[in-house]
Ligand binder design. Sequence first.
Ligand SMILES: *[C@@H]1O[C@H](CO)[C@@H](O)[C@H](O)[C@H]1NC(C)=O
Ligand SMILES: *[C@@H]1O[C@H](CO)[C@@H](O)[C@H](O)[C@H]1NC(C)=O
Ligand SMILES: *[C@@H]1O[C@H](CO)[C@@H](O)[C@H](O)[C@H]1NC(C)=O
Ligand SMILES: *[C@@H]1O[C@H](CO)[C@@H](O)[C@H](O)[C@H]1NC(C)=O
Ligand SMILES: *[C@@H]1O[C@H](CO)[C@@H](O)[C@H](O)[C@H]1NC(C)=O
Length: 673
Amino acid sequence: MSSSPRPCDGLLFFLVVLCVSFNGSATGTEANQSAWLSVDASQASARKIPKTMFGISFEEINHAGTGGLWAELVSNRGFEAGGESIPSNIYPWSLLGDESLLIVSTDRSSCFERNKIALRMEILCDSEGPNICPAEGVGIYNPGYWGMNIEQGKAYRVLLYVRSLASINISVSLTGSNGLETLATSNIVSDDASSWTKIEVLLEAIGSDPSSRLQLTTTRKGVIWFDQVSAMPLDTFKGHGFRNDLFQMLADLRPGFIRFPGGSFVEGVWLRNSFRWKATVGPWEERPGHFNDVWHYWTDDSLGLFEFLQLAEDLGAFPIWVFNDGISNNDQIETSKILPLVQEILDGIEFARGDPNSTWGYIRASMGHPEPYDLRYVAVGNQNCGKKNYRGNYLKFYSAIKSAYPDIKVISNCDGSSRPLDHPADFYDYHVYGDANSVFSLSHNFDHTARNGPKAFVSEYAVTGNNAGKGNLLAALAQAGLLIGLERNSDVVEMASNAPLFVNANDRRFNPDAIVFDSSQVYGTPSYWMQHFFKESNGATLFNSTLGANSAASLTASAILWKYPDDVTYYLRIKVVNFGSNMVNLKITIDNLDSNSIQANGSSQTILKSSSLMDENSFTEPNKVIPIKSPLKAAGKYMAVSLSPHSFTSFDLLTKSQTILVKEHVSIPNLSS
Ligand SMILES: *[C@@H]1O[C@H](CO)[C@@H](O)[C@H](O)[C@H]1NC(C)=O
Ligand SMILES: *[C@@H]1O[C@H](CO)[C@@H](O)[C@H](O)[C@H]1NC(C)=O
Ligand SMILES: *[C@@H]1O[C@H](CO)[C@@H](O)[C@H](O)[C@H]1NC(C)=O
Ligand SMILES: *[C@@H]1O[C@H](CO)[C@@H](O)[C@H](O)[C@H]1NC(C)=O
Ligand SMILES: *[C@@H]1O[C@H](CO)[C@@H](O)[C@H](O)[C@H]1NC(C)=O
């Protein structure tokens, strides 16, 4: 993901757009088009698709993690977001009570070395005397990230650090958005909090509100300091801190890999604001956090290197760590001075997979994961190939990583699809952004790429521009066309992921995205649902197929054999995108297949389409454009099917487990690395 288009961002800018006719003909008035597809289901034509083929690319953009997948409810919990000079802005914290009742500022009295800012609250009113506090108390509240989702019956753990010279009685409450309705409350009472004291409060909600806030109030005169105020739902995925509903959206895609933490987020506009992994590990309250200057918000780095690796493990996906290579948008480290950063990255790999006895493996173990994480891929920077120091820096990282960890696959930022790279790499990163027509036509981009050399990692692809809306059917169909082309070329393209993955609807920094959410709701855009058509492709078998048409039909197709999880059932899946505005009558022939091996009963077809090409999903209509599955009674070696205008169809033909097809599948050597 790039904040501003640059000439090196991808190849789209000088590609000839092929003749694609999604808007070229008047709908409905023309004769149907006809086309044929022949699938060669022989062993000779079969090739294994890499297990990693389709995955996800997570970037800290659009509040994807902070105020998103990471379930922390408090925004600016450590009061660091306002910067290091005091007094600082405490946004989005706000006051309950005017200046006659309390004075709130920040100072540098925190007990944490790397994040010194703490909140100082001087309460002028009291429970007795001339200046009586209001009955509901005075203090501060935090509205979270556009409201906290508090649900009746669920428990929330509030952790905070507090200090006061006198005794304290502080109410910790979750309230509705206007502060009037109390959903949960508890009191912190202590006679001695003269040094920083960690307090834990468990709150159980007696009501629900998706735009709640956390309040800290008192009616007692004195001075109270607060720091590192956290509120987390107890109910997160496996207690690992991931918001359940958002995690489930990812798990449902069964991604083969997860690339993180960006994107441009890795680079930073300035190096000082780039993602530095050592500042993201260890106890959460000691992490300094940093300003995400690319996407303009503070992140407390709760979602740090450990949590990303945990996320990958929880998803059953290979982690792909993209690290900063000493290059940001605006400044660069000279290659002659890069060695400390190279060591930092070697330490990060040791953190991920070193023995618990190793320096950094020990930290990981102390965080609760003594077993190594299965880190096999790292990417040297993001979209940096054109930068002056890229090649020099890359070579330093490459040789140091390969000598310490020969098995780790290293991903270069330079495009190796059109000419060989001038440096060693296992993969090259390739980004695709463009309008729908150009993305659809990129289906053929890798057809003529040299079959030897490093493999392609299409780590970011998206349809952008006005025609993509906030994620519509058109964008999804164009991307489906691209993915079919990548699948067909999965001997040279080993990984692909859509970007961006998530958008918090309150902070749409990049459009469109796959998954849209707010504090309490989530839906998938048509692109998200399109990706569901490819989740069985990882590790499946690709067959050769040939498509022909009598006119300029805008079609693309592929055929795979996939196995139902936990079962011995196999399906031959034929996917076809009809990117044109005409109905297409398609004759499908499956060659080199035992005539009895397809069972109509159990076969199905799944279609992604809608009444308008520009249709989108929304919080009110989350399922307007989703795949619809129905039985396929016509399933057989020869099929005549019709493809709706502007549609993506998957034909899943149930094959008998005893067929030659399956035996062949078993004997197919694993060609993927
Ligand atoms: C187009 O094909 C559909 C479905 O096969 C059929 O119902 C329709 O009559 C055909 N229209 C024309 C003009 O041939
Ligand atoms: C399958 O397609 C590939 C690439 O087009 C070709 O090289 C190969 O010969 C084909 N295999 C068969 C059995 O047709
Ligand atoms: C603390 O304050 C609450 C009101 O918020 C009051 O009900 C409670 O009695 C107080 N506890 C002590 C020990 O003062
Ligand atoms: C780790 O250190 C402990 C104590 O020194 C030792 O017993 C153990 O064998 C070491 N483990 C490994 C894998 O080196
Ligand atoms: C289809 O398969 C199901 C489950 O295997 C079976 O119950 C059903 O009777 C079959 N239907 C026909 C028409 O064969």
